[in-house]
Each structure stands twice: as C-alpha cells, then as structure tokens.
Design a protein around this ligand. Structure first.
Ligand SMILES: [Zn+2]
Length: 259
C-alpha cells in the first residue's frame, strides 16, 4: 500500500499530537488505583492509541516513536513496549524491524475478512442483547444514541466516528459474553483503521438512523428484523469503501485499451 502509506505519512506531524489529547481523556477515566504503577500507564497508552485510531486521528501508516511515548508519559521504554506489543497483538499497529511501531494498514483482502468476521460476531451479539435486555440496558443504548446525535449536530466528526464504533461495543458488552466482547473490541478498532484507509472523502462510518432503528428493534425484541438490520448496516459500511479488486482490474483494462 505504498501510496496510502505515504499519504498517511504526510499527516504525521498533525496526527502526532493525538496521543497527548487522547491520553488526557483516558487518564481522566482511569481509576485512582489504576493510576499507580507502570501496569496502569501501559494500559493508558494502549487506550490512548485505540481512541486516537477510532477517532481517525492516527491514520494508517503513522509512525509511533517509542521515545515520544516515553517523553509524553514519563515512563521507561519497557512500559511503552508493553503497550505497543498489546496493540500489535490486536493488529492495530505493526512492529517493524528498524522502523519501530507503525499504525497498521490492512490490505483490501484483510479488510474483507475483518468485515466478514464482524458480521458473523454481531449476528450472535444482537440476539443476546435482546435476550438480556432490561430497562437499564435499553437506557444505556438510548444514552449512547443521544451522545452520537449530539456529536453529529455539533459537527464533531472525530467524536461522532468514535461514538459510532462505541455504540457497537456497547451492544457487545450488553450481550454478556466476554469472549465475543473481546473479539469485537479488536474488530471495531481494525474496522476504524480500514475506514480511515479506504473511505471516500466525506463518508461517514455509521448511519445514526440505522442505530436508532436497531435500538427500536432491540426494544421490541424483534430478533429476525434486528439481525437483518445489523447485517445490512455492516454490508453498507463495507460497500462504501473502495476495496474492490474488480475496480482496479477495470481501470487497468481501460488504461490499456487501444495500446
Ligand atoms: Zn454502526
């Protein structure tokens, strides 16, 4: 992906400030106990990078310097490496010999596989959310929708994108299956990377109206319609991305026509 890589690399100076602000947010949410000790700091670094990726503030291909993290968080390289290794394990970053850590750039093939896995998992999650629904869980879903709506109306695109992903993560949490929840956390972060890499300009990640409709179907306990909608929703997101190898073949054929 050399062209996308270099395009993303151009944004590095701008994006490099992201971990600072994201870290501030993450720190605010960290419990008092968690603030103590290096274990908590590597978790903060991990969360800050995830937040920045989900907000599209760290585009694919961005170099993440170990020394920068050491300075920002006043920690040793060992602590930084622990966070980076966890991010690499979840395929959010790649650790390259001699180049250090770089935000991952999934190929179109990997992107399709990730979306297919996400559809399979979300089809399992939605019926579980319905089965375990309580007035409290419906209230949480409605609150998440309100936050998304507010971000959209205020024009805070980064927050809107992040909240769109978090809506899906909330459903995974409410499904009550920690294994599915863990897979979803990785898949949503990887989908954010894919969208940052392949979305056409001006595209949005999630349609708020579809989230609203999904919430209503969950509230009504309509498993079949809710599952149909989540599948459609994820296929729509994937369809908006420029992933198609066919597209490239057509362009190649056009380019070679008459030669
Ligand atoms: Zn969505």
């Amino acid at each position: 992906m050399p062209s996308s890589g270099s395009a993303a690399a151009n944004k590095v100076p701008h994006a490099a400030t992201a971990p600072l602000s994201a870290a501030g947010t993450a720190a605010g949410r960290t419990s008092g106990a968690a603030k103590r000790g290096t274990t908590a700091i590597d978790l903060r670094i991990y969360r800050a990078v995830i937040n920045a990726v989900m907000s599209h503030r760290l585009p694919p291909g961005t170099h993440l310097g170990e020394a920068d993290f050491c300075e920002l968080y006043q920690v040793s390289r060992t602590t930084v490496r622990k966070a980076l290794q966890r991010l690499a394990h979840e395929h959010i970053i790649e650790l390259r010999p001699n180049r250090g850590a770089v935000v991952a750039s999934p190929t179109p093939e990997q992107a399709r596989d990730i979306f297919a896995a996400r559809r399979a998992i979300e089809r399992e999650i939605v019926p579980l959310v319905i089965r375990h629904a309580t007035p409290a869980s419906i209230g949480q879903i409605r609150a998440a929708l309100a936050a998304e709506d507010q971000a959209r109306h205020s024009g805070d695109r980064a927050a809107w994108i992040r909240l769109g992903g978090e809506f899906h993560l909330l459903l995974a949490e409410l499904a009550g299956n920690q294994v599915l929840q863990r897979y979803m956390a990785e898949l949503v972060s990887r989908c954010s990377l894919i969208i940052a890499l392949y979305e056409p300009p001006g595209a949005s990640m999630c349609e708020n109206a579809e989230h609203e409709d999904l919430a209503t179907l969950i509230e009504q306990g309509n498993v079949a319609a809710a599952n149909h909608l989540i599948e459609h929703h994820l296929l729509e997101i994937e369809a908006r991305l420029h992933l198609g190898p066919q597209e490239k073949k057509i362009r190649l054929a056009d380019a070679l026509a008459g030669c």
